[in-house]
Design a protein around this ligand. Structure first.
Ligand code: NZQ
Ligand code: ZN
Length: 388
C-alpha cells in the first residue's frame, strides 16, 4: 500500500430538502454572491426561484448561459463580475460544466494574470474565492473533487487543472433535482461515472480494499442507471447514481494505490475540444476500444486484470482468463450501448481529419506515456480509428 494524504474539506449535505440549508452553508463565506448557472434547466425545475428566495437577504449577482464543455469566455465573464462587485463567494448551481467553470472563476478572480494562463500554468494555484456547489446531475463528481476542465475554442484545447483551493467548501445534493435530466444526459453521465471507476481500477498497482470499493460502486452504477433512464423520477435510482458519481472521483477510492493516469479521459478531452461532444458520450465510445487495444498490446499485463474485473463486476464464470477478459470487454460494451447513446465516432460527426493533431496534442499535454499501459501518438490514432 502506497503512502497517501486524503483530506476532503467539502461538507456534503445529501438528500431531499437539503437545499433549505443553503444560506447556512453560504453565509459564513460572505453575502456578496456570484450565482452561476447554465442554459436554463435550473429555472425549469424551480431551483433558481428557490435559491433566490433562500438568499433574498444577500447581494446576488448572476452569470448564466455557461455552456456544456464550459468555455474560457464564460470564465472571463465571471471573473469580471467578481472583480467589479467584490464577490466574496461563488455559488454554482448546475451540472459539472457549471461547477468547473465556477472553479476557474473562483481561482482566476484572485489571480493577477489571465484565466487561461492560470489554467494552463504548471505553477500551483495559490488561492481562490470560496465555492459552494449544488449539482443537478450525476456525472463528474466535480462537487467534491479538486479538478476542473475548461475549453478554449480558439486553440481547440480542453485543459484540466487541479488544486485543493478549488474544492467546494460545501455541496448540496438533492436527487430530486436530477429527475429532469434527460435519458441521453443520464446515459452520458453514467458512462462518465463508470469511466472514472475503470480508470482507477485499471492502473499499475491497486489495493485489495480499493478494488472492492470500486467494484461495489461499479455494480451500483450498472444496477441503477437503467432504472433511472426508464423511470426518471425513481428517487432511489437517482440517489444511488448521484452518490456514486460523487465518490467515484473524489480520490477516496484510490487511496493507497499507485498514482494513476486517466488515459481514456485524456483522449476524450481531445474529442470534446475539437467537436464539442458530451464528455460521457466520448468516453462510452472510446472505453471498449481502449480495452480491446491494450489487451492486444500487452496481453500478459492486461489479461489477468480484465479477467478479475469480468468475474468481480460482470460475474463471468469461465475459467480461462483470456476468454473471461474478452467477455468482460463485451459486457462493458453491451452495457454502454444499451444506455442509448452513440457508439461510434462517426455517429457523433467525427472523422479522421484531426486524428494526427489530437493525438499529438494529447501526448504533449497529458501523462498518457505513464499510464498503466503507456500510450504514444500511434497508439492513440489506432484507438481513434477503431472507434470510427
Ligand atoms: O445548461 P443547462 O440548462 O443547465 O443544461 C444542462 C446541460 O445542457 C443539462 N442539465 C444539467 N442538470 C439538469 C440538466 N437538464 C435537466 N435537468 C437537470 N437537472 O445537462 C447538460 C449537460 O450538462 P454538463 O454540466 O455539461 O454535464 P456534465 O455534468 O456531464 O459535465 C461535463 C463537463 O465536466 C467535465 C467534462 O469534461 C465536461 O466539460 N469533467 C469534469 C470533471 C471534474 N471536474 O472533475 C471530471 C470529468 O471527467 C469531466 O472531464
Ligand atoms: Zn470524466
Amino acid at each position: 500500500m502506497e503512502n497517501f494524504q486524503f483530506c476532503i474539506g467539502t461538507n456534503i449535505l445529501f438528500g431531499k430538502g437539503q437545499i433549505t440549508r443553503l444560506s447556512e452553508v453560504v453565509k459564513p463565506y460572505g453575502k456578496r454572491i456570484l450565482l452561476t448557472y447554465g442554459g436554463g434547466s435550473i429555472k425549469r425545475i424551480g431551483l433558481y426561484e428557490k435559491v433566490r428566495e433562500l438568499l433574498s437577504d444577500c447581494e446576488v449577482y448572476e452569470l448564466n448561459g455557461i455552456e456544456p464543455n464550459p468555455r474560457l469566455a464564460s470564465v472571463e465573464a465571471g471573473v469580471c463580475i467578481c472583480k467589479e462587485h467584490g464577490i466574496e463567494v461563488v455559488l454554482a448551481v448546475g451540472g459539472g460544466s457549471v461547477i468547473d467553470c465556477s472553479k476557474a472563476i473562483a481561482a482566476a478572480a484572485v489571480y493577477e494574470g489571465s484565466a487561461w494562463e492560470l489554467i494552463t500554468s504548471a505553477t500551483p494555484i495559490q488561492k481562490a474565492l470560496p465555492l459552494i456547489a449544488v449539482p443537478t446531475m450525476a456525472a463528474t463528481g466535480s462537487e467534491m473533487d479538486a479538478g476542473a476542465v475548461v475549453s478554449n475554442p480558439q486553440t481547440k484545447e480542453k485543459r484540466s487543472f487541479f488544486s485543493p483551493h478549488i474544492l467546494p467548501k460545501a455541496s448540496i445534493l438533492d436527487p430530486i433535482y436530477t429527475f429532469t435530466v434527460s435519458a441521453y444526459q443520464t446515459a452520458s453521465g453514467t458512462a462518465d461515472i463508470l469511466s472514472h471507476l475503470l480508470e482507477q481500477y485499471f492502473s499499475a498497482k491497486t489495493t485489495f480494499m480499493s478494488d472492492l470499493m470500486v467494484e461495489s460502486v461499479m455494480k451500483t452504477v450498472i444496477r441503477y442507471a437503467s432504472i433511472a433512464i426508464a423511470e426518471p423520477d425513481n428517487y432511489e435510482a437517482r440517489a444511488q447514481l448521484l452518490w456514486a458519481s460523487n465518490i467515484a472521483d473524489n480520490a477516496m477510492l484510490c487511496c493507497g494505490n499507485k498514482l494513476c493516469v486517466f488515459g481514456v479521459h485524456a483522449m476524450e478531452h481531445e474529442l470534446s475540444a475539437y467537436y464539442d461532444i458530451p464528455h460521457g458520450v466520448g468516453l462510452a465510445i472510446l472505453t471498449p476500444r481502449w480495452m480491446r487495444y491494450v489487451l492486444q498490446k500487452s496481453p500478459e499485463v492486461v489479461t489477468p486484470r480484465f479477467a478479475h474485473f469480468a468475474r468481480a463486476v460482470w460475474s463471468v464464470e469461465e475459467t480461462d482468463d483470456t476468454i473471461v477478459a474478452r467477455q468482460g470487454i463485451e459486457m462493458t460494451e453491451h452495457f454502454l450501448r444499451n444506455l442509448g447513446i452513440q457508439a461510434k465516432l462517426t455517429e457523433v460527426g467525427i472523422g479522421t481529419e484531426h486524428f494526427e493533431a489530437m493525438a499529438e496534442h494529447c501526448v504533449a499535454t497529458e501523462s498518457v506515456g505513464y499510464a498503466w499501459i503507456p500510450l504514444d501518438k500511434d497508439d492513440i490514432i489506432r484507438i481513434f480509428t477503431m472507434s470510427l
